[in-house]
Unconditional design. Structure first.
Length: 208
């Protein structure tokens, strides 16, 4: 599938199996979300642009480089929150921009309830963070919001996707790359990814 990157990294596969395991407690679950997110973000950011700068080592001057563009991390509340810390460790100069969306339990449609984007768009690259891409409704709504705000480069970083969600994002936003740890089999009749990991928000925050 074009622009769908599924990690083959053994560390991600190992950690993902622990994450899925129903006996994994919330504390360990949060740790694993953070670690997997960091590894996925490392893989997803291999094409960030650099600017040349001059630096001085203790011995002499030399040419160095720095990230050229302002990066925004956009966790979709709630479950995306757990992905922020691990990704932020890799790029501490990134800004974190929160978007709150939940799925209506009956219709599975995304409902936006929080948006903390500043008025002026000043971010060149946004990484949307959400562990679960199920129907794809929440991801599409977030991409809509970021595009309307004026972001030129957007990537979605998620942990598990359903084929249905990938299909929806591709049909609405074919330009957005998806970076994932796994694509599962299907959605069940209440919109959960199978085999999946259950409810990513509840398992992180001990609710449900
Ligand atoms: C989950 C998940 C995604 C969404 C994916 O959030 O974190 O945001 O579902 O489903 P979709 O692809 O069908 O839109 P949820 O609505 O459970 O909210 P929560 O994170 O606050 O628990
Ligand atoms: N949200 C989750 O947390 N899990 C799913 O399987 C689907 C949506």
């Amino acid at each position: 599938m074009k622009d769908v990157f599924i990690s083959e990294h053994p560390l991600i596969k190992h950690k993902l199996s622990k994450l899925r395991d129903k006996s994994t407690e919330p504390k360990k679950f949060r740790e694993l979300i953070r670690e997997i997110s960091r590894l996925l973000a490392y893989e997803a950011t291999g094409d960030l642009l650099l600017s040349p700068i001059e630096i001085e080592t203790p011995l002499e001057k030399m040419g160095g480089c720095e990230l050229k563009e302002k990066i925004g991390l956009v966790p979709i509340l709630r479950a995306g929150l757990g992905m922020v810390e691990g990704v932020w460790e890799l790029m501490p100069s990134a800004e974190v921009l929160h978007i709150g969306i939940y799925r209506d339990e009956e219709t599975l449609n995304p409902i936006e309830y929080y948006n903390k984007l500043p008025v002026e768009p000043h971010i060149a690259v946004c990484l949307i963070l959400d562990p679960m891409l199920a129907t794809g409704g929440s991801a599409v709504a977030t991409i809509d919001i970021l595009k309307r705000w004026g972001v030129k480069h957007i990537k979605f970083v998620g942990i598990i996707a359903a084929p249905e969600g990938i299909e929806l994002v591709h049909s609405k936003h074919p330009d957005i790359p998806l970076h994932l740890a796994a694509v599962d089999d299907h959605l069940n009749d209440i919109g959960y990814i199978v085999p999946g990991l259950g409810d990513a928000g509840d398992r992180q925050f001990g609710t449900g």
